[in-house]
Design a protein around this ligand. Structure first.
Ligand SMILES: *[C@@H]1O[C@H](CO)[C@@H](O)[C@H](O)[C@H]1NC(C)=O
Ligand SMILES: *[C@@H]1O[C@H](CO)[C@@H](O)[C@H](O)[C@H]1NC(C)=O
Ligand SMILES: *[C@@H]1O[C@H](CO)[C@@H](O)[C@H](O)[C@H]1NC(C)=O
Length: 401
């Protein structure tokens, strides 16, 4: 490197000398023809060297300014279609329209929700549509149970999509073979118990709706696990006529007590509902949730602690307009039996075959398309990171994946 630099410096000197020498050389040319000829030849050699050097240097400068552009890159969240306009997958291609390949985009929530609210009038699809389940993870950051989910997803590509909403600056680090790889959506701050929790949920729904093959949408947290293998979960959801959004009337101060009279007359007390945040919804219901502005705005204004939008907004909204499409129950098991404001968390020592069987059949009977069944819970929470090892141990036997 040093050697090259020195050579370049020397050549530059010689070039300068050659230019200065030019008039002198012309004089010499007239003084002595034979000596002059030699001088002319050597002059041109030096001159050509100079030109080559000059060209090389200018190319270098151009390249420098080209790379300099990297310091002012196209915004990270730039729309797929702008970046890839020269590639086949442009905005107007079918592929990019029905299933955006990259999840990053620069749409605001307002723009995103508008786009996600689009419903094709034509009921037949001009392509082979395999309905998928969208698994939407709402988390602050890490997904400690991701390896367990990866086993669950393995071999079922094309039947699911994964979406992850984290804190805005969090970068999920997973291997390129993971189902979670490259699945973070443009996210914003989410504070538990505030309206931006509902924003996060709606943002997940809206991003997932952009893929027209997503048929069912399930909201999960980093502490959730699947209770059955993929085919069981998939068939249960895809064949269900109803959504699984917990929605009930709680007369206590933790239910009706959180209703605000200011919500009337748009929302009346008897319409007010409560339910677990961890919902599962059919595409038709999901589209309506992202399309609503009126009731969302009322919740934003009047549902403040001790009213929590994530426990009331979707349950109430569905009860008001789409009750007949809802089973009113959740498919996510949770243990509130210990009392207190938080449900029980299970760690390594809790994970046994018997425990899994007890969750799968805890004595509840529910309905699936009006048929009674003991298969009520497809997912369960809350599981600590220490549960991962024992869960992986059970995956091939009890879990069958
Ligand atoms: C769920 O509640 C709605 C009222 O919001 C009701 O119309 C519907 O029948 C209920 N669904 C089931 C399965 O009971
Ligand atoms: C089964 O689990 C659910 C928790 O999601 C709970 O609500 C229900 O009471 C449990 N059933 C029995 C019989 O313990
Ligand atoms: C997995 O199971 C084996 C045998 O049942 C047991 O010896 C081992 O400790 C288990 N590992 C974990 C992480 O639970």
């Amino acid at each position: 490197m040093k050697a090259t630099l020195r050579i370049q410096a020397e050549e530059t000197d010689r070039l300068t000398v050659a230019i200065i020498d030019f008039p002198l050389m012309l004089q010499a040319l007239f003084r002595d023809w034979s000596v002059g000829l030699v001088k002319v030849v050597s002059f041109f050699l030096v001159f050509i060297c100079g030109i080559i050097l000059g060209l090389a240097a200018s190319a270098h400068v151009t390249r420098y300014f080209a790379t300099k552009n990297e310091f002012f890159p196209v915004p990270r969240n730039s729309p797929n279609c702008v970046k890839e306009i020269v590639e086949i997958e442009s905005c107007l291609s079918m592929k990019g329209f029905i299933k955006p390949e990259k999840l990053l985009h620069s749409m605001t929530d307002e723009e995103l929700f508008w786009r996600a609210s689009m419903v094709p009038k034509k009921r037949e699809y001009p392509y082979k549509r395999v309905p998928k389940v969208a698994f939407m993870f709402l988390t602050r950051g890490p997904l400690p149970l991701a390896p367990f989910w990866d086993k669950f997803f393995q071999g079922h590509e094309g039947h699911y999509s994964v979406y992850v909403h984290t804190l805005p600056d969090y970068r999920l680090s997973v291997s390129t073979t993971s189902a979670f790889y490259g699945r973070q959506i443009p996210s914003q701050e989410v504070k538990w118990g505030t309206i931006n929790m509902a924003d996060g949920e709606r943002r997940l729904l809206a991003n997932a709706l952009l893929d027209f093959s997503n048929e069912r949408f399930v909201l999960l947290s980093e502490s959730c696990i699947p209770m059955y293998n993929f085919p069981t979960v998939y068939n249960y959801l895809i064949t269900s006529k109803e959504s699984f959004v917990d929605s009930y009337d709680d007369p206590s101060r933790y239910g009706r007590g959180r209703y605000s009279r200011n919500m009337a007359p748009d929302i009346k007390l008897h319409q007010w509902r409560k339910g677990s945040q961890w919902f599962e919804a059919h595409r038709d219901v999901a589209v309506n949730i992202v399309s609503d502005s009126k009731y969302y705005t009322i919740f934003k204004k009047y549902c403040k602690p001790s009213c929590y939008p994530d426990e009331h907004y979707i349950p109430t909204y569905l009860n008001m307009f789409y009750g007949s499409l809802n089973s009113n129950r959740s498919v996510t098991w949770v243990d509130w039996s210990r009392g207190g404001p938080h449900p029980a968390t299970f760690g390594g020592p809790d994970i046994t075959e018997d425990f899994i069987f007890a969750i799968r059949n805890n004595g509840t009977t529910c309905f699936h398309n009006s048929e009674p069944t003991s298969l009520c819970y497809l997912f369960a929470r809350k599981f600590a990171p220490s549960a991962l090892g024992p869960l992986l141990n059970l995956s091939s036997t009890v879990m069958e994946f």
